[in-house]
Write a protein that binds this ligand. Sequence first.
Ligand SMILES: *Cc1c(COP(=O)(O)O)cnc(C)c1O
Length: 426
Amino acid sequence: MKKLKPESLMMSHGYKPELSVGSIKCPIFQTSTFEFESAEEGKRFFEMAYGHRKPAPNEEMGLIYSRINNPDLEILENRLCLWDEAEDAAVFESGMSAISTVMLEFLSPGDLLLMSSPVYGGTDHFSKHILDRFGIELMEFSAIDDVEAIRARLDASGKAHKLGLIHIETPANPTNAMIDLRAIADLAKSYSTDERKVITAVDNTYMGPLWQHPLKHGADLVLYSATKYIGGHSDLIAGAVLGSKELMTRVKTLRTFLGNMTSPYTGWLLMRSLETLKVRMDQQAVNAEKIAEFLHAHPLVETVYFPGIQRRHDKDLDALMKRQCNTNGAMISFDVVGGEKEAFTFLNALKLIKLAVSLGSTESLAQHPATMTHVDVSEEDRRLMNITGKLVRLSVGVENVDDLIWDVEQALSKIKSPAEAVEEAI
Ligand SMILES: *Cc1c(COP(=O)(O)O)cnc(C)c1O
C-alpha cells in the first residue's frame, strides 16, 4: 500500500466503522465507564493499565474508564501522531495542562529548569510562581542568546548537574525570534548522563503540527495548545503532548492521576478540526505572506516581524528557517509609526479582523502585546524583545486576502502620519 499523507488519513485513521453501526464519522463516546465482557477481562485490562504485566503479542489494552482511555481520545491521539511522526500522543483539557503535566513529570525538587524567554504568559507564571514552591529552580535565556553563552551560564551556575528539563518556544511570541532546535537538543544531550537524561520539550503552538517538526530536530517532546491551529475555530480549549512511547507512558500516567485529559466531546471536535488542518494552514500561510508584503511597503509601518521579510536581510535566519520550518508561519507582528495611541487607533478601526487574543483560527485576530498578552513581562524584557507600545500582533486567518488587506489599509489610514500630526499642531 502507498504511504498516504496525513491529510489523506485524517478522516479515517484509527477508526473502525463496523464497531459503530457503520457510522462514517467516529461518534462521541459520551460515557464515563465501559462494560467488561467478563471479570477475567476486567482483570486483564487492569493488569495492563497499571503496568503489572506487559501485554502479550497481539493483546490490546481494552477500555476501562474515560479518565484512563476513551475511543474519541485514542483515535484523536493516533491521528495527531501522523503529522509529527511521533510514536505516541496524549491530549489534555488545555495547552496549559499539557505544559504543566510535562513539567511536573520531568522535574523534581532541587532540579533546574532551563527555559527560553519570552514564553507564553501561563508557562512563565507556572514556572516562576508554582514550580518554585516545589523547590524547582529556573534559569532563563533569551531567544536571541547563542548556545555557547547559555552553556557558559549553566556551567557558572553550579547547577548544571541538576538540569532536568529544557522548555523552549520557537518562534518566540510575539516577535518571531527563532531558536535553533538542533543546537538546544545537542545542549541537552551534552548535559545528560546514563542515569539522568535532560529532556528537551518544545512548545510548537506557533508553527502548529505542519510547519515545524521538533522531534525530527532532536527534541524529546513536542507540546501544543490545541486551542490554536489544531482546533482552529476558536470554539474549544485543548492541549497535546507527543513523543516516544517510553516518555509518553510517563506523561499519560501522570495525566491519569491529575485527571486533566480532554473530554470526549472536545476530542470529537478536534477530530473534526484535523480534517481541514492542512487546507486551513496552507491558506493562512499564503495570506500571511501577502499581508506581510503589504505591511512592509506601507509608509505608516516601521518594522515587520515576520520571518519571510526578516530572512531576506539575515543569512543565518534564512539558513535556520530552511533547516527547521516549511513556511514563514501565519503570525505577523509589526510596529506602526508612533506609539500606543497609534496602535490603538489601528486596532479600533479594524472592521473585518477581530480584536482578540489567541491565534491560529479561521478568523483573523489582532491584539496589542505590550498591554495585553505580554503585560506581565518586565519592562526591561519587553524593551529587549521589542515589545513596545507601537507593536501590533496579527494572527492571519483564511478569509479572502484582498479583503484582509483592504481592512489593514483602511485601519492604517486612520493613523495620522507624522507630517499630518505636525500640520494639525500648527
Ligand atoms: C495559547 C498558548 C498556550 C496555552 O494554551 P491554552 O490552550 O490556552 O491552555 C501555550 N503556549 C502557547 C505558545 C500558546 O499560544
